[in-house]
Design a protein around this ligand. Structure first.
Ligand SMILES: O=P(O)(O)OC[C@H]1O[C@H](OP(=O)(O)OP(=O)(O)O)[C@H](O)[C@@H]1O
Ligand SMILES: NC(=O)CC[C@H](N)C(=O)O
Ligand SMILES: [Mg+2]
Length: 505
């Protein structure tokens, strides 16, 4: 679910981009990168595996000179976890071009072949983002006017949109020109625009979520529209155009369930507001369907971090105490977006610990935002039992996750999903609870639409198996299942997967 940032400023941007990335760290923990353009029109780049605070030391920040730049935090959905596939990516022609991408292209293999056929362009890694950059570069290179006009830029985006498939929120930075933001025609991944006035000049910032704008003092202006390109020159000229046929907003619903921060507003939806509605609707469902055990429930307990706001609403609806039964280790990152199942499994136990007194002899209702692989639920139920819980009930604020995701969430195969081919009762047995309830999909849609009634449809493929880009067939799903299942990824040796050209210690 990567996070992206871009700034066209009139003073040094390295610290602002760093700060923005720290507010997007929850979207990607594998790698981080920043690229700027210095006073001699040279790219200055630092990217490496690790968290933002690990990747950038003082010598790197001093390197990142210039008043314009891009930043990226990575959660791999294509290629590997190798630093060679960290972002930003760079190509030298035309002009000198860099790119950051949130999303996933579903025709990466075809794009690599097309690039070689069209222009003998070699893409060295298996990153879809590197292919995307080269497609953009190829079409940009078709224009001969100097400097490029906004129409040249928009024509480039139109041509790019015609050949790439999947989900993408992108920022490219062109030496001697400016930053171009563009979003897929269905708006699956988020992208917002902010601005601020500095010594009489306007500066602009793009980011995956509004929280990144907040921390660096940029005022939210609007979201980048589905299919829209916004071109901001380094002189601060603002140009925009819709560069796709019949664009329509179908945002990824899992952003609201899990990925985005509660203090973010994306596609006009307060993420916190949506989660409050999710909790209320799920509480009402429990009140209606669990009449036989309602009086038995002693306490509602969240699974920190994401589900806390949801659980509080459930406790309010059911008029039950809301207690902190699990303490989250502040030094352990998000487990769901960790690269392998072994690491996810071992991290859950380091991340969450039970306060025994909150469970001993009690009938507890545990609440999480979602159950995906069951990595979290299995272990926290075991902890509840070991702490002496009498009955353990479980509520998920999202419906059963039964299908792979191909639009930027690394869930390549159904077989890894605990709800795949299983009934609610069978899942309850799998995770060891006395009763289990999932949110209804319609209620989940409504929870988001209450915050923005303009949104009429979503990418809900993980729940429905419907892939709204219309190009996904079983052969593709089989290919990514084979290439990217946990076993296949774990067998990639560090050496084999590292296709790095620019080496740095
Ligand atoms: O069933 P699973 O495969 O475990 O996936 C679902 C769990 O993973 C996420 O938590 P995570 O630890 O990633 O982040 P959080 O701290 O934001 O809750 C999510 O909030 C669920 O708790
Ligand atoms: N989570 C994402 O947005 C991933 C971006 C890109 N597909 C990559 O793998 O690097
Ligand atoms: Mg969680």
């Amino acid at each position: 679910m990567c996070g992206i940032v871009g700034i066209v400023g009139h003073s040094p941007v390295n610290q602002a981009i760093y700060d923005g990335l720290t507010l997007l760290q929850h979207r990607g923990q594998d790698a981080a990168g920043i690229v700027t353009i210095d006073a001699e029109n040279r790219f200055r780049l630092r990217k490496a595996n690790g968290l933002v605070s690990d990747v950038f030391r003082q010598e790197h920040m001093l390197r990142l000179q210039g008043h314009v730049g891009l930043g990226h935090v990575r959660y791999p959905t294509a290629g590997s976890s190798s630093v060679s596939e960290a972002q930003p990516f760079y190509v030298n022609s035309p002009y000198g071009l860099t790119l950051v991408h949130n999303g996933n292209l579903t025709n990466n293999a075809e794009l690599k072949k097309l690039l070689f056929t069209l222009a003998k362009r070699h893409v060295n890694t298996n990153s879809d983002s590197e292919a995307l950059l080269n497609i953009f570069a190829y079409y940009l290179d078709q224009h001969q006017t100097e400097p490029l006009t906004p129409e040249n830029i928009f024509e480039t985006v139109r041509n790019t949109n015609k050949v790439i498939k999947g989900a993408y929120a992108c920022l490219t930075m062109i030496i001697g020109h400016g930053i171009v933001a563009f979003r897929d025609p269905l708006g699956i991944r988020p992208l917002v625009l902010g601005k601020r006035e500095e010594s009489g000049k306007t500066e602009y910032m793009f980011a995956s979520e509004t929280t990144a704008l907040d921390i660096v003092g940029f005022e939210y202006v609007r979201d980048v529209e589905p299919g829209e390109a916004i071109y901001i020159t380094f002189d601060g000229e603002f140009h925009s155009a819709i560069c796709a046929d019949n664009p329509k907003l179908n945002p990824c619903i899992f952003e609201y369930v899990y990925f985005a921060r509660p203090d973010s507003v994306i596609n006009g939806v307060s993420v916190y507001g949506a989660r409050v509605h999710m909790g209320r609707f799920l509480g009402e469902k429990i009140a209606n369907e669990w009449k036989d055990i309602l009086d038995e429930i002693d306490v509602v307990i969240p699974i920190p971090e994401t589900s806390t706001d949801i659980a509080l609403q459930i406790a309010n609806v059911l008029n039950k105490p809301y207690r902190q039964g699990y303490v989250k280790n502040r030094y352990v990152a998000r487990t769901f977006i960790m690269p392998g199942q072994a690491q996810r499994k071992s991290s859950v136990r380091r991340k969450l610990n039970a306060i025994a007194s909150e469970f001993k002899g009690k009938n507890v209702l545990l609440v999480d935002d979602s159950i995906v692989r069951g990595t979290t639920s299995e272990q926290i139920v075991e902890m509840a039992r070991l702490a002496g819980a009498n009955k353990v009930y479980f509520a998920s604020a999202a419906p059963e996750v039964r299908y792979p995701n191909v639009y930027g969430i690394d869930m390549p195969t159904s077989e890894e999903l605990v709800a795949y081919n299983r009934s609610v009762e069978e899942i309850a047995q799998m995770i060891g609870v006395d009763r289990l309830v999932f949110q209804d999909l319609e209620a989940l849609f409504k929870a988001v639409q209450l915050e923005n009634p303009e949104i009429k449809a979503f990418d809900a493929s993980v729940f429905t198996g419907e892939y709204i880009t219309g190009d996904i067939d079983q052969a593709y799903l089989d290919s990514i299942a084979q290439a990217r299942n946990d076993k296949a990824k774990s067998q990639l040796s560090k050496q084999e997967e590292n296709l790095e050209i620019y080496n740095e210690s």
